[in-house]
Design a protein around this ligand. Structure first.
Ligand code: PEP
Ligand code: CO
Length: 464
């Protein structure tokens, strides 16, 4: 329960106050009437999540902050409306669930699953416009594609127009996604105690060193045995185990969308962003005096901030002061994304500065966004080796600082795509062109994700 003595909103804050601040990724709709109409409709629609779910996530994040729980956050770089399909959603839940079970087994602590889903429709871009060669080689410049919440991917003036009505469509698609997720969870879809469900064959043939392979196989066997044992104990135990919870998260990039769903609720003080459980602020929009920090300082939700290699000690201290002035546990989540080559220099001073101040913050490692590379033909990829290297270096940094690493954040899919190279399944550069489905950043595929979970479990389980 929130502290009833707290003020309803921080001084100077309102759901509109962000409009007076500089915005690093402005969504400049040209039709003001259409924008007003969309925002008004959106503000009348039912919320996607509830305040009590948000409060529960805050409690779980507080546990992760003190090392008693681990957070697994993952999903697509960008969801699209076309991908709002039952099999894709179910496969995403399946991989997150399987990864979480592997981590529970290794770390011997509860895991909270947070999907990058049911609203991950808006993308920051490094350039506001995109130029391509048009008819007769004449260059054509149009707005960049900012995700289905804002405009459409096709390179035509009509598709690239920033369309406020897409916010309503975004809300509808998020609601459909969440409705299906809630039904699957309610129906106990998680039939993971059948070993054939685990698709672990690739580990056997993947050219792994013998001891690593033996470890994987033993873990998988122990988990299946453990689940069978639970089943033998009676339905209640299995039911509790299989009825797992998924929280939602997305980058709160489009503040028109977020503000229209930021509301007060009966019998609680404070404002809630009811579009998602955990909104996060991207690395490009985390300026302390910027619009995004202004908006999210006013909500009760836990708030994530991506912390890239340009972040200084002053930046993280400023973010902590602005977003967590009462130093509440489970309120502020820093998601570090430094890159394997920079993490050893960039991250320790930030972690140490926060620890010195006894700042309440949950640290999560995103080893994806600092490790992008672009191939000669322009295709974006990431290497499994670099992702793992950043993760391992991050674990070492937190161990040396005596601060718990609260969780991990991945771009992943439950599908058999080839977007990141490497891993036991041996995805090669030449495979990428055949199975590349992401409209945005490259994701770990099903096998790479599961392998990553085993590696996390080995690395972090070692000292528990
Ligand atoms: C993302 O998470 O997809 C993203 C754009 O991240 P970042 O803000 O860390 O670059
Ligand atoms: Co991304």
């Amino acid at each position: 329960m929130p502290d009833p003595s707290q003020s309803v909103a921080p001084a100077g804050w309102s759901p509109e106050s962000w409009k007076g601040r500089p915005c690093a990724q402005p969504i400049a709709y040209s039709d003001a009437d259409a924008l007003d109409e969309a925002v008004r409709s959106l503000s009348l629609l039912p919320p996607l999540v509830t305040s009590w779910e948000i409060e529960r996530l805050r409690e779980e994040l507080a546990q992760a902050e003190s090392g008693g729980r681990f957070i697994l956050q993952g999903g697509d770089c960008a969801e699209t409306f076309d991908d709002c399909r039952p099999e894709l959603i179910a496969n995403k839940l399946k991989i997150l669930l399987q990864m979480s079970l592997v981590i529970v087994h290794g770390l011997k602590k509860p895991v909270t699953r947070i999907g990058r889903f049911a609203g991950q429709y808006a993308k920051p871009r490094s350039s506001m416009v995109e130029t391509r060669s048009g008819p007769g080689g004449v260059p054509v410049t149009l707005p960049s594609y900012f995700g289905d919440l804002i405009n459409r991917a096709a390179f035509t003036p009509e598709a690239r127009r920033l369309d406020p009505a897409l916010m309503i469509k975004g809300h509808e698609h998020a609601a459909m996604t969440l409705n299906f997720i809630r039904s699957l969870v309610e129906g106990g879809f998680a039939d993971f105690h059948h070993p054939e469900y685990w698709n672990l064959d690739f580990l056997r043939h993947g050219g792994l060193p013998g001891d690593v392979r033996a470890d994987y196989e033993r873990t998988a066997r122990e988990m299946v045995d453990g689940l069978r044992f639970m089943e033998a104990l009676g339905e209640r135990a299995v039911d509790q185990l299989t009825r797992v919870e998924f929280f939602t998260s997305h980058e709160g990039l489009n503040l028109h969308y977020e503000a229209a769903q930021t509301r007060t609720v009966p019998r609680r003080s404070g404002w809630y962003d009811l579009s998602t459980h955990l909104p996060w602020i991207g690395d490009r929009t985390r300026a302390v005096d910027g619009a995004h920090v202004e908006h999210f300082r006013g909500v009760r939700n836990p708030v994530g901030v991506k912390i890239g290699p340009s972040a200084t000690v002053g930046d993280v201290e400023g973010l902590w002061t602005a977003l967590n002035p009462r130093n509440e546990r489970g309120r502020l989540v820093f998601i570090s994304r430094m890159g394997a080559s920079r993490v050893r220099d960039s991250l320790p001073p930030l972690v140490e500065a926060m620890a010195r101040r006894k700042a309440s913050v949950v640290w999560i490692c995103d080893p994806m966004h600092g490790n992008g590379t672009v191939l000669a033909d322009g295709l974006k990829t990431r290497s499994f080796g670099a992702i793992l290297e950043e993760l391992e270096a991050t674990c070492g940094i937190f161990e040396r600082a005596g601060v718990p690493l609260g969780g991990v954040h991945f771009e992943l899919t439950g599908e058999d795509v080839a977007e990141c190279v490497g891993g036991a399944a041996g995805v090669r550069e030449e495979d990428l062109r055949r199975h590349y489905a992401s409209p945005c950043d490259p994701r770990l595929n099903y096998r790479q994700s599961l392998e990553m979970a085993f590696l996390i479990s080995r690395r972090l389980g070692r000292r528990e």
